[in-house]
Design a protein around this ligand. Structure first.
Ligand code: B3K
Ligand code: ZN
Length: 861
C-alpha cells in the first residue's frame, strides 16, 4: 500500500462548484446519478482529471451531455481534454445492503445511513474526495414509502412527493459549501422528537432527533444537551447556529461515536439514547459531551474545515477542547479535568510510546482512518489548552474570533489556526509548533533547592523527549504554586512558568523556609513530570492543595509508588508492605468528603489503572501488577471497612434519580465504597451488592453492583450468577444494555475470562457484524491487561483470530482491535514471542486490509 506524505500536498487540479445527486434506492441496489458543475482550479497546474471511487459499478460517464472517453481502475476514473468549465455526469450502481464496512452508504436495521469521513464518499459516487474541494449540494432520494418513510439529506427540504409503485421522493438543498466528507443521507423507518432553538440574534432553528421506532422516551436527554450546547457556544465563543434545520439520526451499527455531517449528524445510538434505568451517570455525561462535540464541529470543522487529512487535529483537537470545556461547565470542572488526564494516561501516553506514535499532525499515513487517535483528539485538545494557558482566556477568545474572521468558508491548516492566535495575542508560537510536529510525550525532571540564608528557592527543570526526531526543547507551560509545611498556599506563589530551554532555572525569593512545590497544576502540559517528592510532601498536597487536579495527582503518585514497589515484592515472592500513612490519608479523604465533594473523593480513592502503571515499569509483569493493585485495594478495605460501610449507608439518595453532578458524585463515591467492601471477599459484601443490584432504580447503581459481582472469583458465588442472569433476562432487548453485560464479563478479573469471552462470541447477544458488540466484548478484553497478556499467549492468539475474522468485513474495526497489541514489546520474552507470532500470523494473511496491515506492520517493525 501507498504512503501519503504531508509534504506532497498540492492543490486540486479541478474544483466542483455544485453537486446534484439522485439516489434511486431499491432492494437489489442503489443507483446514484451525479451531476457535477466543474472547472479547472486557477491556482493549480493543468492536469488529468482523476476522480476517486471504490466498489462502484459504472453505468455511464458524460461530459456536457455527451458520452465521454475515460479510463477506469478499481479506485479511479480519469478524463483528459476537458474544457475550462463543464458538467460531468456519472451514473453508478452501489450495493449498500452488502456494505459491511459501514463506510459510504450502508444498510442497518431500520434503513440506509451514510458515513463519509474520511474517505467514504468515494464509495457512493465518483468524486474528488478531499476536504479542500468544497461544493454546494442538491440531493434527491427515491425509495419505497412504506419501508422508508423518512428521507433526509443535509440542508433544507425543498420538495417531496409520491411516485409510482408506492415509492416517494424528497429533495434537499444545502445552502453551505462543504467538503464531501460532511455529506449524509438517511432513508429509514424512524421516529422523531422535535424541538426548536432560538439563537441569540433571533433565528429559529428546527431541531429533530430521529431514532429507531419506540425509543422516543430515550431522546430527551440528547435534545437537552443539544440546546445547552447551542447556548454555551453563543456565550463562550459568540458562535451562533447558522442552520434552519439541525437533525441528529441515531443508528445502532456505526464504526465510531458520531459524525458531524452538516445539519444532519449521524450518531451511534450509544451517544443518543438514555433513560435512567438503562443509562449510567457516565453515559448521560458522555451524551452531553458527544452531542456538544458534533454541534461544535459546525463551526470548528464545517464552517472552517481542514485543507487535507494531515490537519485533522485542527478540527478534532480544538473541538475536543471545546466539548471538554462545555462538560466542565455543565458538570463538575474539578473531576472533569481529573478524568481527562486519567483518559490521556490510559490511552494517549501508551500510544505515544508505542509503534503507532505520531505527532498530533502526522507527516504521513497509509490509511487515514488509523489516525483518528487519542493523539490527534486528546493530545490535540491538550495542545489547544496550552495555547489558552499561554495567552489567557480572553486572548484565546480573541484568537478564535480572528480565526473565523480570516477563514470562514475555507479549508485551512494548523498553522493558519496558530497564526490567528498569534495575531490576536501578540504571542510568539514559533517554538510552540514543536507540539504539532513531534511524536512522543516529553519528560520534565524537576528539582528544588533552598538557600536558607538568602531566602531563595530554586526550581531547576530539564526536559527531553526520546521519541522526537531531534533534541530541540519544547515550550512547556508549567503552572506552579508553593506551600508551607502546614499546607498553606504561599501568597503570590501561583504562576505559570514557561520552559523554553533544555535546562532552566527559576528563582523564588523572600521565603522563610523551604516550601513544598506543587508543579504542573491543572495538568498544564501533557508531559511526564518527575520530582523527588517525599511521601510526607505528597500527603500534604493531597490534603491541602487547592488545585483539585494536583491534590488528586499527589494521591496518585503515592499510590503508584506503593503499587509498583509491591509488584516488585510480589514478583520476588515477598508480600507487599503498606505504610500506615496511606490508609490514614485515605481515611482523612473520606472524612472530608462533605467539604471536598463526593465526586472528588471518589476520584481520589480510585487507584491508578493497570495500563497507566504498566507504562512506568521497565518490563511489565501483568500478574504481579494486578496482584499488587488488588492487594492495596484490599488493604484499604480492611483498614477502612467501618468508614466505607458508614459512608455507603450515609450516601444513599432518597430523591428521584437525576443525572446531575451532585447526585452523580454521591453515587460514584458510594459505589467506590461498595467496590472496596467487595474486596473483603465476604458473603456480607456480596449480599450487599446483590441487594443494591436488585433494589436499584437506576442503571448507575445496578451496573456498579453487577460490575463488582462480576469480578468475584470464588468457585461458587450464587450472587454473581444470579445478577448476571437476571441482568441479561431483564435487558436482552436493549442493545446498549446488552453491551454493558458483555463488557462487564470481558473486563472481569477472573482467570477464566478468556474462556467466558470465547463462549460469549457464540451467544445470541453477540453480533460479529456490529461494532458496539465487538468493542464491548473483544476490544474490552484486549484492554484487560492481566487476561489479554496471559503468559501462555492465549489472549494474543484469540485476538489474532478475531482480527482475521473481521479484517475483510470491517477493516476499520479490525484495525482498532489490532491496536490492542501496541505495547507487546514492554513484556517479557515469552510473552513477546507469543505476541510476535500472533502479529506475524495476521500480517501473513493474503489480502490483508490496508487498515490492519499498517497497524500490524508498524507493530512488528
Ligand atoms: N469526525 C468524526 C470521526 C470520523 C471518523 C472516521 N473514521 C467524529 C468526530 O470526531 O466528531
Ligand atoms: Zn470530532
Amino acid at each position: 500500500p501507498q504512503t501519503v506524505y504531508l509534504k506532497d500536498y498540492t492543490p486540486p487540479a479541478y474544483l466542483i462548484d455544485h453537486v446534484e445527486l439522485d439516489f434511486d434506492i431499491r432492494a437489489d441496489g442503489t443507483t446514484v446519478t451525479s451531476t457535477l458543475a466543474m472547472r479547472r482550479n486557477p491556482v493549480a497546474t493543468p492536469a488529468t482529471l482523476v476522480l476517486d471511487g471504490e466498489e462502484l459499478h459504472t453505468l455511464s460517464v458524460a461530459v456536457d451531455g455527451k458520452p465521454a472517453t475515460y479510463t477506469e481502475t478499481p479506485t479511479s476514473l480519469s478524463l483528459n481534454d476537458l474544457p475550462a468549465a463543464f458538467t460531468l455526469q456519472t451514473v453508478v450502481r452501489i450495493q449498500p445492503d452488502h456494505n459491511t464496512r459501514l463506510s459510504g452508504l450502508y444498510r442497518s436495521t431500520d434503513g440506509y445511513f451514510t458515513q463519509c469521513e474520511a474517505q467514504g464518499f468515494r464509495r457512493i459516487t465518483w468524486f474528488i474526495d478531499r476536504p479542500d474541494v468544497m461544493s454546494r449540494y442538491t440531493v434527491t432520494l427515491h425509495a419505497d414509502q412504506a419501508t422508508y418513510p423518512v428521507l433526509l439529506a443535509n440542508g433544507n427540504p425543498v420538495a417531496a412527493g409520491a411516485e409510482a409503485d408506492g415509492r416517494h421522493w424528497a429533495t434537499w438543498e444545502d445552502p453551505f459549501k462543504k467538503p464531501a466528507y460532511l455529506f449524509a443521507v438517511v432513508a429509514g423507518k424512524l421516529d422523531v422528537l422535535r424541538d426548536s432553538f432560538r439563537t441569540a440574534s433571533g433565528r429559529e432553528v428546527q431541531l429533530a432527533i430521529y431514532v429507531e421506532p419506540d425509543k422516543l422516551d430515550q431522546c430527551p436527554h440528547a435534545m437537552d444537551a443539544l440546546k445547552k450546547s447551542m447556548k454555551w457556544d453563543e456565550e463562550r465563543f459568540g458562535l451562533e447556529c447558522d442552520l434552519d434545520h439541525y437533525m441528529i439520526v441515531a443508528v445502532g451499527d456505526f464504526n465510531m461515536g458520531a459524525m458531524e455531517n452538516k445539519g444532519l449528524n449521524i450518531f451511534n445510538t450509544k451517544y443518543v439514547l438514555a433513560r435512567s434505568d438503562v443509562a449510567t451517570d457516565v453515559d448521560f455525561e458522555n451524551i452531553d459531551r458527544v452531542v456538544a462535540h458534533e454541534y461544535f464541529h459546525n463551526w470548528t470543522g464545517n464552517r472552517v474545515t481542514c485543507r487535507d487529512w494531515f490537519q485533522l487535529s485542527l478540527k478534532e483537537g480544538l473541538t475536543v477542547f471545546r466539548d471538554q470545556e462545555f462538560g466542565a461547565d455543565l458538570h463538575n470542572r474539578q473531576t472533569a479535568r481529573i478524568r481527562e488526564v486519567r483518559g490521556l494516561r490510559a490511552a494517549q501516553f501508551p500510544e505515544d510510546a508505542g509503534p503507532m506514535a505520531h505527532p498530533i499532525r502526522p507527516a504521513s499515513f497509509v490509511e487515514i482512518n488509523n489516525f483518528y487517535t487519542a493523539t490527534v483528539y486528546e493530545k490535540g485538545a491538550e495542545v489547544i489548552r496550552m495555547i489558552q494557558t499561554l495567552i489567557g482566556r480572553d486572548g484565546f477568545r480573541a484568537g478564535m474570533d480572528e480565526y473565523f474572521r480570516r477563514h470562514d468558508g475555507q479549508a485551512v491548516t494548523c498553522e493558519d489556526f496558530v497564526a490567528a492566535m498569534a495575531a490576536a495575542s501578540g504571542f510568539d508560537f514559533a517554538q510552540f509548533m514543536r507540539w504539532y510536529n513531534q511524536p512522543g510525550t516529553p519528560h520534565v525532571a524537576a528539582s528544588g533547592s533552598f538557600d536558607a540564608a538568602a531566602g531563595r528557592y530554586t526550581l531547576r527543570f530539564t526536559q527531553s523527549n526520546p521519541r522526537a526526531s531531534d533534541a530541540a526543547p519544547y515550550l512547556i507551560p508549567v503552572r506552579v504554586a508553593l506551600f508551607d509545611g502546614e499546607g498553606h498556599l504561599l501568597a503570590g506563589s501561583e504562576q505559570t512558568l514557561q520552559l523554553t530551554a533544555t535546562e532552566q532555572e527559576f528563582h523564588i525569593d523572600n521565603l522563610a523556609a523551604e516550601p513544598v512545590p506543587s508543579l504542573l497544576r491543572d495538568f498544564s502540559a501533557p508531559v511526564y513530570l518527575d520530582f523527588a517528592y517525599t511521601p510526607e510532601q505528597l500527603t500534604l498536597l493531597l490534603a491541602h492543595e487547592s488545585d483539585p487536579f494536583n491534590a488528586w495527582e499527589a494521591g496518585q503518585r503515592l499510590a503508584s509508588t506503593l503499587i509498583l514497589d509491591a509488584a516488585r515484592a510480589i514478583a520476588a515472592g515477598q508480600s507487599p508492605q503498606w505504610p500506615d500513612s496511606f490508609a490514614a490519608a485515605a481515611r482523612r479523604l473520606l472524612q472530608t468528603q462533605a467539604q471536598r465533594g463526593a465526586a472528588f473523593v471518589a476520584e481520589a480513592l480510585t487507584l491508578p489503572g493497570e495500563g497507566t502503571l504498566a507504562e512506568m515499569m521497565e518490563v511489565v509483569d501483568p500478574d504481579a501488577l494486578h496482584a499488587a493493585r488488588n492487594a492495596l485495594r484490599r488493604h484499604l478495605a480492611e483498614e477502612l471497612e467501618g468508614e466505607f460501610s458508614g459512608l455507603y449507608a450515609a450516601l444513599a439518595i432518597s430523591e428521584a434519580y437525576a443525572p446531575t453532578a451532585a447526585q452523580a458524585g454521591r453515587r460514584a463515591l458510594r459505589n467506590v465504597c461498595l467496590g472496596y467492601l467487595m474486596e473483603l471477599d465476604t458473603d456480607a459484601a456480596r449480599r450487599l451488592a446483590l441487594q443494591q443490584f436488585e433494589k436499584a432504580d437506576n442503571m448507575t447503581d445496578q451496573f456498579a453492583a453487577l460490575a463488582s459481582l462480576a469480578n468475584v472469583n470464588a468457585e461458587l458465588c450464587p450472587q454473581r450468577e444470579q445478577a448476571l442472569a437476571a441482568f441479561y433476562a431483564t435487558w436482552q432487548d436493549e442493545a446498549l444494555v446488552v453491551d454493558k453485560w458483555l463488557a462487564v464479563q470481558s473486563t472481569s478479573r477472573r482467570p477464566d475470562t478468556l474462556a467466558t469471552v470465547k463462549a460469549l462470541t457464540a451467544h445470541p447477544a453477540f453480533d460479529a457484524g456490529n461494532p458496539n458488540k465487538i468493542y464491548a466484548l473483544i476490544r474490552n478484553f484486549g484492554a484487560n491487561l492481566v487476561r489479554f497478556n496471559a503468559a501462555d499467549g492465549s489472549g494474543y492468539a484469540f485476538m489474532a483470530d478475531r482480527i482475521l475474522d473481521l479484517h475483510d468485513r470491517n477493516p476499520q474495526v479490525a484495525s482498532r482491535l489490532a491496536r490492542c497489541f501496541d505495547r507487546w514489546k514492554k513484556f517479557d520474552d515469552t510473552r513477546q514471542d507469543h505476541a510476535r507470532a500472533a502479529l506475524q500470523r495476521i500480517r501473513n494473511h493474503p489480502d490483508l486490509s490496508r487498515d490492519v496491515l499498517e497497524v500490524v506492520t508498524r507493530s512488528l517493525g
